[in-house]
Design a protein around this ligand. Structure first.
Ligand code: G4P
Length: 553
């Protein structure tokens, strides 16, 4: 940290503390990457970290991942599956900014955590593979960004490979996501004939020269009017790019940062993460336009990050990050005030007062103790079972952040306990893991079917629950797929459901707050219900419930 508070100072203290807070907030930029597996998230992250000096060599992120598989046995499962479960928050500095990159796990480790991470992000980078355009996981994550109106910056990657027409890629974003676009740069050629990008604002051309695979491509800058350009770029390719740019200009949209911040317009950048082409200019433009930590809704109105009282909320819980100490870590997104090691805060849900004595910053498996942290930052706290997803911590007057909704699960399984003598542990495990947010628990409306239904966003979530039940609670369990893939909550609850009478091709269950949830085998069956009963208002996200005790097994 460039500036910090001394321990004797109170966070709500004097003008100089307020200045430090204002400076630190103005430097903070926090974002998450939303993408489909293979679009290049790891590659782009690595290049960004290289610029920030957080890693020294390309390949370090993957190498770190490899090493983690060996040193961590959270889990055994991680080793068995050869994947990484542990998502991290990476902090790095670049041109006087402190950047927090919140990792959004993908692939098989796609889980509700991936969605929840977006509730802690102020900005999102939507990464697309230029050959594939929008892909399913990106669409799902985009929906969550839209719910929160998060500013979205689009990076269209792999321009060094054959790709779709750039104009079609923009059209797809506009038509499918309903998000306006503004191309900040425009590609000249693609694939084998990719020659670079035209910066639309400076009218400069950033020329691409192919490098060995994995090596950094050189980036030569020339003015668009520079005669040398004609020697370096084929006329056809340049003319095509200029024509397309003219079309964009004629369309008349402008790069309005307010619209970007409202989540209505996305600045679009073309580049190639692997060859490191266009990454630095993307990072510079992103930092210029990205939203700094903004005020957030609480039960007592919006809280500004410059509010001198500390506040934050828990957006993720992670168990067994360090196998040597069966630890659990709660990740807190700081929203206002200064955080200081050893400070005493209130825990809104329980009304308890707690001392935050071992705050950590976590970079992969490496941890360091945090002395000070500011809005936009994320810290990890040891969690001896005290924190749940969405919990608020604060100093000063009582506040509670909005909470994090339950996101639409896509996998549903009965959880069977073949050994009834173990029921007590089974029950304890399920209740605790649900409270932690490891999985959603649904119940059959038929009282005679007492086994819980686990509902998850990704298959791995179920495997983790089974693994933890066995290792931490000593119960072996069996999963039995229900064969459904889509869930919807009903806005009017049981009353609305009763009004429409019997529904076909769908199963009604209740969630942990006794609300009805409809399960469908596929989207087609869901659409059929929507057509038959347009009066029914369905939601793929369950609103947050506060002040009501959930059902326990
Ligand atoms: P992910 O985290 O989004 O899943 O993607 P990741 O970065 O692992 O990239 C997926 C593959 O795409 C990798 O190739 C990576 O090298 C490649 N890639 C990423 N960005 C670019 C790009 O700009 N241009 C080209 N041509 N390829 C790119 P791989 O063969 O699966 O892995 P590796 O052999 O590179 O380790």
């Amino acid at each position: 940290m460039t500036s910090s508070l001394s321990k004797s100072e109170t966070p709500s203290g004097d003008a100089s503390n307020r200045n430090i807070l204002a400076t630190e907030v103005s430097r903070r930029r926090n974002f998450a990457i939303i993408s489909h597996p293979d679009a290049g998230k790891t590659t782009l992250t690595e290049k960004l970290l290289l610029y920030g000096g957080a890693i020294q060599q390309a390949g370090a992120v993957k190498a770190r991942g490899e090493q983690r598989k060996v040193t961590s046995d959270w889990m055994e499962l991680e080793k068995q599956r050869g994947i990484s479960i542990t998502s991290t928050v990476l902090q790095f500095k670049y041109s006087n900014n402190t950047i927090n990159l919140l990792d959004t796990p993908g692939h098989q480790d796609f889980s509700e955590d991936t969605y929840r991470t977006l509730s802690a992000a102020d900005n999102a980078v939507m990464l697309e593979d230029a050959a594939k355009g929008l892909e399913p996981q990106t669409r799902k994550l985009f929906e969550v960004c839209r719910m929160r109106k998060i500013p979205i910056f689009t990076f269209i990657n792999k321009m060094d490979r054959p790709c779709q027409e750039p104009l079609s890629l923009l059209d797809e974003i506009e038509a499918e996501l309903g998000l306006s676009t503004w191309a900040v740069n425009w590609p000249i050629g693609s694939g084998e004939f990719f020659r670079g990008v035209i910066d639309r604002r400076t009218k400069e051309v950033l020329l691409f020269s192919r490098a060995e695979r994995g090596q950094q491509a050189s980036e030569l800058r020339l003015n668009l009017s520079d005669p040398k350009l004609k020697e370096l770029v084929e006329n056809d390719a340049l003319d095509k790019a200029l024509e397309e740019l003219e079309l964009l200009e004629e369309a008349g949209s402008i790069l309005d940062v307010e619209l970007v911040h409202a989540g209505e317009l996305t600045p679009v950048f073309f580049g190639s993460a692997m060859t490191n082409f266009g990454v630095r200019s993307f990072l510079d433009a992103f930092l210029e336009m990205a939203q700094q930590p903004v005020s957030r809704k609480t039960s007592q109105g919006n809280i500004d990050p410059l509010d001198p009282n500390f506040s934050g909320f828990v957006f993720k819980l992670q168990a067994n990050m360090d196998p040597r100490h069966r630890d659990r870590v709660a990740f807190i997104r700081i929203c206002s005030g200064c955080f200081q090691k050893d400070m005493t805060v209130h825990h809104a849900r329980t009304g308890k007062t707690i001392r935050l004595s071992r705050p950590q910053k976590i970079f992969g498996q490496d941890r360091s103790v945090v002395d000070n942290a500011y809005p936009g930052d994320v810290i990890g706290l040891n969690n001896p079972g005290m924190f749940s997803i969405g919990d608020t911590l604060y100093t000063g007057r009582h506040i509670e952040y909005e909470g994090i909704p339950c996101f639409s699960p896509e996998i549903f399984s009965w959880l069977r306990n073949p050994n009834p003598s173990n029921f007590k542990n089974f029950r304890k495990g399920i209740n605790q893991l649900r409270e932690e947010g490891a999985v959603q628990v649904l119940y059959d409306v038929d009282q005679s079917k007492r086994d819980p239904i686990l509902a998850a966003v990704g298959q791995l979530q179920l495997e983790v629950v089974q693994h933890r039940l066995e290792n931490e609670y000593g119960v072996e369990t069996r999963l039995e797929d229900l064969g459904f893939q889509v869930a919807r909550w009903i806005d009017g609850g049981w009353t609305a459901l009763e009004k429409i009478g019997r529904i076909f091709n769908c199963k009604t269950v209740k969630d942990s707050w006794s609300r009805p949830v409809l399960l469908f085998k596929n989207e087609w069956n869901l659409n059929q219900l929507v057509e038959d009963h347009p009066e029914l208002e369905l939601s793929s996200v369950a609103p947050v419930v506060s002040g009501v005790e959930p059902l326990r097994l």
